[in-house]
Design a protein. Sequence first.
Length: 730
Amino acid sequence: MNSIIYLIPIFGLLGLLYTFIRSAWVTKQEAGDARMTEIAGYIAEGAMAFLRAEWRILGIFAIIASAGLGILGAFSENSSPIIVGAFLIGAFLSALAGYIGMRIATKANVRTAQAARTSLSKALAVSFAGGSVMGMGVAGLAVLGLGSLFIVFVSIFGGVGPDGVMNPERMKLALEVLTGFSLGAESIALFARVGGGIYTKAADVGADLVGKVEAGIPEDDPRNPATIADNVGDNVGDVAGMGADLFGSYVATVLSTMVLGQEIDVSDNFGGLSPILLPMLIAGLGIVFSIIGTFFVRISDQSLKPDAVQNALNLGNWGSIVLTAISSYFLITWLLPEHLELRGHQFTSMGVFGAVIVGLAVGTLMSMITEYYTAMGKRPVKTIIQQSSTGHATNIIGGLSVGMESTTLPMIVLAAGIWGSYELAGLYGVAIAAAGMMATTAMQLAIDAFGPIADNAGGIAEMSELPKEVREKTDILDAVGNTTAATGKGFAIASAALTSLALFAAFVGIAGITGIDIYKADVLACLFVGGMIPFIFSSLAIRAVGQAAMSMVEEVRRQFREIPGIMEGKAKPEYDKCVAISTQASIQKMVAPGAIALISPLIIGFIFGPEALGGFLAGATVSGVLMGMFQNNAGGAWDNAKKSFEKGAEIIVNGKPEIFYKKSEPHKASVTGDTVGDPFKDTSGPSMNILIKLMSIVALVIAPYIAKVDTSHSDNAKVEVKKEISVTKK
């Protein structure tokens, strides 16, 4: 094999080396006084308790899924039982990605709080370093795992002959087995994201409804029994769940491009491997330039405004994007031949580069649009603040309206990106656009993960009764973190749409069908069924949060009622009882949504065949993308509308502006809106991108098996039947 293949795992190792160095730096920072370390210990202990409970359930799932994959692999000439090993490695690395993020987050939170006693710049340095450990760790594991398994499977199945030239049929088999790696990663990601989301929002809703609304005590007040569970939830949902989520997304995006690249017959200097290697090499370069981008994230010690923090993060993000775009030009012109063709569509290497730029542009625009709809000081959030002045109901109406409106521009951008990338380089262009968008995942995740760390730091500062100015600094970071979390989710759902389309194209090729005809009754029926899946999935996830939150509310009320002196700060709440409620609820309730995502494509595919399954995937993708955007943006806007009252929010009353603060009636209405938005933005919304990708990956894995399913209703099958009848008559 060409030696360039071995460069790919090296990029992954580079990301992991950076992870180790930054993790060691964070660990060396001062952790604060005994009270701060005690609270941080509670949070870390609760997070690990959840992960252990979750891993026990996921271990059982992995065994059952492995058995099924092994049976399928043993009875198909187009697959192999080795797919079981790929599945287990993908599942393990996905869980490991989440664990790495959670471990560093539970160290960085208390150190960020301590750093905030010095300056905002120091607090940003610690919290962002923690986030960058998460980002580079996820990207490093993904590139290392994918690159290493690709080398192994190509060697085992003979994807490259002794002459160094690709064997198309054997390479197709190697990539089919490699899809097991992506299936394992996305499966664990879905359960981790849903389970973590249920955990964090059950605690958050319970803490808010009883603590803020009923008892009138501040957020993260140590008297609130649910406050430790709430801070634990930030780690298991927004860090561990998110890490597993983006690990799976990263792998699926690169893999779908590799599968399509295998179909391109090229004459190059790399044995025909260049279209397959390109997405992995772009991902590797993305790690390098994301590392460089982290050094741009700096603010001065005098900065005390959210804008300064946001601008620093944007500079790091833009730096990594621009450097990746420039390097992609030289990589593509060196690697690819000038002319290429896929499924009858001819394109050039410059067209491929143009598609990469389209992907980067789509990701950037999606983030900017999401920031507009969720950031404090922008029109959408201001409208929710204004509607809070007339009560809880109008606040809810305002948030729903903003969420629905926020789908318009992103869908137009996404549609333009799909059309533009296809015109430039066909289906391969759509896939490589998604790979280009995900190239800087390490930086995107670093920016995203710093938010939960800052949120935890604020909680520790409040519970440790640190000086007021410390909480003010952590609140600045937290406010920015809310916006970056929302933009990160917008970025993820956009990448999921492009990735799902690429997976869909790969599925069509492997299943042996030429397209999806919605005039056929079964295809049209499955299109509608697929469109329904994100709705029932969201229903189950949101209902789980509601039921768990009810139990949390009852427990917090019980402790306020039965523990003497708790409100006076003379008695210690029973934090562990609330942690146990969130843990148990999340583990029990995550199974049903996950089962829907895994089982529904199997049922449709094996009963109705590949074309009907294609219709099912199309319906699920469109409604899933819209649901994800709506829920993420509505929840983010509600959250920042509530936070606006902490510094004072301006509302027009009787034609005159007035400033309203915490505990005012408009603030109480905003808390209700934020409570409704919590499961939207942190449970069901961010799970949509995993849902649509996971179902597409399941379809890709079973494609060789359902390609032979009898679909005698189809026009092609009717032609074959007529031919057989004609031959018989003769």
